[in-house]
Design a binder for this molecule. Structure first.
Ligand SMILES: Cc1cc2nc3c(=O)[nH]c(=O)nc-3n(C[C@H](O)[C@H](O)[C@H](O)COP(=O)(O)OP(=O)(O)OC[C@H]3O[C@@H](n4cnc5c(N)ncnc54)[C@H](O)[C@@H]3O)c2cc1C
Length: 370
């Protein structure tokens, strides 16, 4: 089989590696260079966890964990920091309860911590009066840019061809093949996997995919004292409900601690040259984080922008393009998809090779939006 992968970000770097590994002819097209900072998969950390409020995502994460472990072994590089994770909020919060039920249904171990118990284990963070936490030891963070680069490197080492700085301008199914065109060439493929992230809607405009693109901000906040309490052995990754703020321990690569809001952002054209910092948002976020961490200096060490590609139900899309057997769409990671990208890439590659849709992924099919 000869397969093209369009967009070598989180999902595309995985989608390129698996067919190359299986001995297929795999060709990747990336409009910039793998590891660039204009899409969704750059930076030092992305949270990985099985703690989802719905059992489907908790179940699917089991497969993703195995693939991340394999990647780390094959890349001979530390890509996954296993620091554990807490989800916390007011006792009885519906999402907290749903997450607990989901873990129980999957038979996964977890601990329920009161505010005092959490403070004893993780002294840097105060989860707040009347709150409780769910601790799950398998959570942690992935070193995002390094994961993309490792997968692209392994794919090419296994025989994939990678066209960098080669935006795909057009693709078209014709006579039992798909023609993929850049400014300099048109090539025929048996199957094409489109993993264009924030650019999906533009590249596949005629399909009118239910996707919107939005700008999000992450902030690195300075720590003024007790720095040892912010290391991954003392501070887990954390999610606060219902505010949807989340954050990380010190990642060993940037000073301070990274945190963000899943919620606050604005619709954004990915072709815009700038990636503006939303000033009001940074101020509000710094005020919020000060209520959770008393050892912060109040200084914003860095603020980075990143793009979400969002579906109406915030679940992913993994499916054939309507009316096509050979074009596979893999996108809509909706701000929580990095941990799944390796699984999505593998499933897309399997779909390209077999021509079949794995039933376990039906909740990600396009038909749910009919
Ligand atoms: C601020 C922020 C925080 C996040 N935090 C988390 C987290 O903690 N945990 C988590 O699991 N997820 C998180 N996510 C979500 C996650 O990072 C994304 O869902 C994921 O990275 C999406 O990967 P992708 O492959 O779909 O897109 P991308 O990685 O953006 O890849 C798309 C690629 O396609 C290329 N491309 C586009 N069009 C073309 C074309 N025509 N020709 C050639 N190449 C093209 C682009 O240049 C790009 O490289 C976060 C996202 C953001 C923005």
């Amino acid at each position: 089989m000869k397969v093209a992968v369009i967009g070598i970000g989180g999902s595309g770097s995985a989608a390129l590696r698996f067919p190359a590994k299986a001995g297929h002819e795999a060709v990747g097209f990336e409009q910039f260079r793998p590891g660039h900072d204009r899409g969704s998969s750059h930076g030092h950390s992305r949270m990985i966890r099985k703690t989802y409020p719905d059992p489907f995502h908790t179940r699917m994460m089991a497969g993703a964990y195995e693939l991340w472990d394999d990647l780390e072994r094959e890349a001979e590089e530390s890509l996954f920091v296993r620091c554990g994770g807490i989800t916390f909020g007011p006792a009885g919060d519906p999402k907290l309860e749903a997450t607990r039920r989901s873990l129980e249904e999957a038979g996964l171990p977890y601990e329920r911590l009161s505010r005092e118990e959490s403070a004893t284990r993780f002294p840097a963070i105060d989860i707040g009066l009347g709150s409780e936490a769910i601790y799950q030891a398998e959570s942690g963070f992935l070193r995002a840019t390094r994961c993309v680069l490792a997968q692209a490197r392994l794919a090419t080492a296994q025989g994939a061809r990678l066209h960098e700085e080669s935006p795909v301008l057009h693709l078209e199914e014709q006579g039992g093949a798909v023609l993929v065109s850049t400014a300099s060439q048109t090539e025929r493929f048996d199957a094409v996997i489109v993993t264009a992230g924030p650019w999906m809607g533009k590249l596949l405009a005629p399909l009118k995919l239910p996707l919107r693109t939005a700008l999000r901000q992450v902030i690195y906040a300075g720590v003024t004292r007790n720095e040892e309490l912010f290391q991954p052995d003392k501070l887990p990754v954390w999610i606060e409900e219902p505010s949807e703020y989340y954050g990380f321990p010190a990642d060993g690569e940037m000073a301070g601690i990274k945190f963000a809001s899943h919620d606050a952002g604005m619709d954004f054209d990915p072709d815009r040259k700038d990636r503006p910092v939303m000033a009001g948002h940074v101020e509000r976020a710094m005020q919020h984080i000060a209520t959770r961490f008393s050892d912060l200096s109040g200084e914003v060490i860095a603020s980075q922008s990143c793009l979400y590609t969002i579906t109406p139900d915030e679940h992913f899309i993994l499916d054939r393009a309507p009316g096509s057997k050979r074009i596979i769409i893999c996108s809509g990671c909706s701000g929580h998809g990095f941990k799944f990208t390796i699984l999505l890439g593998k499933l897309a590659a399997d779909m390209a090779a077999s021509g079949r849709h794995d039933e376990s992924t039906l909740p990600w099919s396009l038909s749910r939006f009919d």
